[in-house]
Design a protein around this ligand. Structure first.
Ligand code: NDP
Ligand code: 8X3
Length: 249
């Protein structure tokens, strides 16, 4: 069986991708900090083998330990890494921002993605035409008001995806960068630190993407023939033109 590792599988895109990949016949390695959420998901995903482990991707030692402790039948068959774990914390002018928020975003979105990639690439390299998929954002393509550090972190993901495509060319690992626009998950609730009203207002007056839209995009990427590499996908709600322009009714 082919296995896929998904970070940030306890919610939103990661959870939806896990469901989609189960339906495609993959075994799953699901990682996130909230192990109770992963246990619930493991119960639901009963059509395949699901290995779960608590992991904070910001902890380099924990990342290395987690990957090195995978059972051999899984570690020998890793065909997909989805670097999905990430978050925005706060939104506003830089001079009014908090360094703790910046550190959480940069440590998770950039350094966590590097730690995971470094640990898993040797496993992917055992299988020609395996996939490394990074969740960047429309915020990795352009900046918007108040987005400063989050946008910087996702621009970094975009740059790392491009660099990995060069670094992994000879290893025959396909690298894809996905850049979604506004999607209704727990993302805004996290960004606004539990303020549900402000989080809901983000999606006022238009139909946002759902996590399943991203999961179906991942399924499309993974189902291309070996000679086809989907390098970069920007996917937005129909009511979104760029990082900051929405057609709200
Ligand atoms: P959610 O908040 O619903 O999910 C985020 C996931 O990341 C959770 O499973 C969370 O798990 C995990 N996570 C956060 N920090 C860590 C950490 N330190 N270690 C391990 N896991 C962590 O948001 P989305 O599903 O929307 O976001 C998924 C990705 O997509 C993120 O990278 C986000 O930046 C990106 N994105 C989101 C968009 C949107 O509009 N929703 C648009 C474009 C990109 P736990 O808390 O259990 O650790
Ligand atoms: C999440 C989408 O527009 O808030 O990456 O940056 S946005």
């Amino acid at each position: 069986m082919k296995y896929a590792i998904i970070t940030g599988a306890s919610s939103g895109f990661g959870e939806a991708i896990a469901t989609e990949l189960q339906n495609m016949g993959y075994g799953l390695v699901l990682l996130a900090r909230r192990i109770d959420r992963l246990q619930e998901l493991q119960k639901k995903l009963n059509k395949t083998e699901v290995y779960i482990a608590p992991l904070d991707v910001r902890d380099e030692t924990a990342v290395q330990k987690c990957i090195s402790e995978l059972p051999v039948h899984i570690s020998a068959n890793i065909f997909v890494l989805i670097n999905n774990a990430g978050l925005a914390v706060g939104r506003g002018p830089l001079d009014q921002g908090l360094s703790d928020d910046w550190n959480r975003m940069l440590d998770t979105n950039v350094k966590g993605l590097l730690y995971m990639s470094h640990a898993v690439i040797p496993l992917l390299a055992q299988h020609p035409f395996s996939h490394l998929i990074n969740l960047s954002s429309i915020a990795g393509k352009e900046v918007y008001a108040g987005g400063n550090v989050y946008c910087a972190s996702k621009h970094a993901v975009d740059a790392i995806s491009k660099s990995l495509r060069i670094d992994l060319l000879e290893k025959q690992i396909k690298v894809c960068n996905i850049a979604p626009g506004a999607a209704q998950t727990e993302f805004s609730l996290v960004r606004f630190k539990g303020d549900a009203q402000t989080a809901t207002q983000v999606y006022d007056g238009f139909e946002p993407l759902q996590a399943t839209d991203i999961a179906q995009t991942v399924a499309f990427i993974l189902s291309r023939p070996a000679h086809v590499s989907i390098a970069d996908i920007t996917i937005m709600p129909s009511a979104q033109a760029n990082g900051s322009l929405f057609n709200r009714k």
